[in-house]
Design a protein around this ligand. Sequence first.
Ligand code: 6PG
Length: 225
Amino acid sequence: MIFRVFASPAAVVTEAVDVIARAARASLSTQPTFSIVLAGGQTPAEVYRKLREIDVDWSRWKVYWGDERCLLADDPGRNSVMARDTWLEHVAIPRDNIFVIPAHLGAELAAAEYAAVIQRENSFDLAILGVGEDGHTASLFPGLEGDATAWCVPVYHAPKPPAERISLSARAFHACRDILVIATGANKRAALTRWQAGERIPITEVTRGKAVQVLVDRAATPDFA
Ligand code: 6PG
């Protein structure tokens, strides 16, 4: 993993947008589509907002999510609603190319349905990931990673509300060619330090063996990055 430290969260956002734009242009120079797996939570919101401004062929993007919260489709707490409001409704990605996790169906059914969607795509160009203070990523929480052979797992007792979620598994994230982790704020430093030390927390398992860029501000920088 390559840690890249920036002076502020705003600088991390600017670089994240540039990394995503460059990844898309590189993919689209050699293949018909660019497939991206989105992170939820608050950290990526400003990145998504600024993605509106990049000059790319949106018609060739395919958008997936790494996880979703089991809330109604238009609930403001949904990761899909955050990405829609900040970015997706402002750009011309074909609606058929936006694959929202049907989390309103409940964790079990939604995980089964989305596993079929993920397996149909089979590989992805870029996954965006956040990190929680306990080392979780997507909705893979310590001790709740579920069936490691599955592509998508139901989560029922997530310590971060809501308790019921769906998440891509480590196996599914390993089908992403590149992974971009974005983490800012002092509350992320401990988890990033544990990851750096190789502790077997979800972010470690999800990114194991992958080409990973980690964009952090100074406050989140691990003790020995
Ligand atoms: C979610 C996310 C989760 C998030 C981390 C970091 O549904 O909440 O998928 O994995 O990325 O908890 O969240 P923040 O970016 O809000 O710190």
